[in-house]
Write a protein that binds this ligand. Structure first.
Ligand SMILES: Nc1ncnc2c1ncn2[C@@H]1O[C@H](COP(=O)(O)OP(=O)(O)O)[C@@H](O)[C@H]1O
Ligand SMILES: [Mg+2]
Length: 365
């Protein structure tokens, strides 16, 4: 039953905008998703993620002129029941009076898949989502995590052309979320289904996305691999939304804003004898004072208030002194827990020049 073109189709949006009651919530969006790819729509609440997903599903139609394509089929005017998509929502939307097995089987019954094939596929799905042992339970007897497994199995069993997931893990507690995230990733890869996954959680986006589309105020701020989004954020909105970013203004006195990640900072503490040599070697480096330090286990997060001289790139001898920054600025450093300075320490701050980047301002900021 599994046919290559039915499972894992390309999805294309062309000029898809959306206006509710005269209010434009989605600017015209173009999006290309490759067959079998997992694309994550990431952005703050209200930026238009769900609306975009609903346009793909056929639950909303785009404003006039917008088009939705599945492979070479224009599905813009096709209702949801004819698009052959699978959906998983934050709230489980399972049939409470049916058993786990009956829920998973539901889409196959509707499609009149013959009983033997149905049994085979349901068994496979139960196995894959590790709910075989629960198959005869009613869904109202399940935990939240178990229900999301059922929802996943039910969405995937009919082999949809596209799987659409809207914050499926948001209602679960942190540990469960992390475990299920890994399993969803494995499942999507195994199935090869084209998937669009909506979340406001950046670490979920990083873990699951082949690519991430970062949305801001109804626009696509940036689309790229997790690495490119993290290391080459297109603008300051993206940079701040993904991870922590230090932004130091006027670093080189040219009205330029440079940015760097906490893990690219090295702190040399005056108070640490083991760092004494390095500390003296970088006498030119800017100084700061540690205002807070958080031990997180595998690393320490340290806040440093810079003294008047701003951060200097840890270039091998950068020459003369650099212009001073206007006001004290606080940066975050992520350091090895064994090398974390104490609150009150004076530190020298080094940033690898490769790690410094210029930032464009996002249109909305
Ligand atoms: N049916 C609707 N009617 C009016 N406004 C809506 C409707 N659906 C969504 N919106 C508005 O559109 C914007 C985007 O919503 P949504 O796509 O749900 O954002 P997200 O999923 O990113 O949180 C929000 O301002 C929301 O209030
Ligand atoms: Mg939403």
């Amino acid at each position: 039953m599994r046919t290559g073109d039915a499972f894992g189709v390309a999805v294309r949006l062309r000029g898809c905008a959306k206006t509710f009651q005269g209010h434009r919530v989605l600017e015209p969006i173009d999006l290309d998703i490759a067959p079998g790819e997992t694309l994550v729509l990431l952005g703050p609440s209200g930026c238009g993620k769900t609306t975009t997903l609903r346009i793909m599903a056929g639950l909303e139609s785009p404003d006039a002129g917008g088009q939705v394509w599945f492979g070479d089929q224009d599905v813009t005017r096709l209702p949801i029941e004819r698009r052959h998509v699978g959906m998983v929502f934050q709230s489980y939307a399972l049939f409470p009076n049916l058993s786990v097995r009956e829920n998973v089987e539901y889409g196959l019954r509707i499609r009149r898949v013959d009983p033997a094939e149905r049994r085979r596929r349901v068994d496979a799905m139960l196995e894959m989502t590790e709910i075989t042992a629960l198959q005869h339970r009613r869904v109202d007897q399940l935990s939240g995590g178990q229900r999301q497994r059922v929802a996943l199995a039910r969405a995937v069993a009919p082999q949809p052309r596209v799987l659409l997931l809207d914050e499926p893990l948001t209602a679960l507690d942190a540990r469960l979320r992390e475990n299920l995230r890994v399993e969803i990733d494995t499942l999507l890869r195994h199935l090869g289904v084209t998937a669009v996954y909506v979340t406001h959680d950046q670490s979920e986006a990083m873990a699951l996305g082949d690519r991430i589309a970062v949305m801001n105020h109804g626009r696509m701020a940036q689309i790229g691999t997790p690495r490119s989004i993290y290391f080459e954020p297109a603008d300051d909105f993206v940079a701040h939304f993904i991870g922590t970013l230090n932004v130091v203004r006027d670093l080189f006195g040219q009205g330029r804003t440079v940015a760097f990640r906490p893990e690219d900072v090295t702190l040399l503490s005056e108070a640490s004898p083991s760092m004494d040599a390095a500390y003296r070697m970088h006498a030119d480096a800017p100084r700061g004072q540690v205002t807070a330090s958080f031990f997180v286990g595998d690393h320490a997060k340290v806040l440093v208030e810079l003294s008047s001289a701003a951060v200097v790139a840890a270039a091998p001898s950068s020459g003369g002194p650099l212009p001073k920054a206007a006001a004290p600025q606080v940066i975050t450093a992520r350091v090895s827990p064994r090398q974390s300075p104490n609150v009150g320490d004076t530190v020298r701050v080094l940033v690898s020049p490769d790690a410094l980047r210029n930032l464009a301002h996002s249109p909305a900021s």
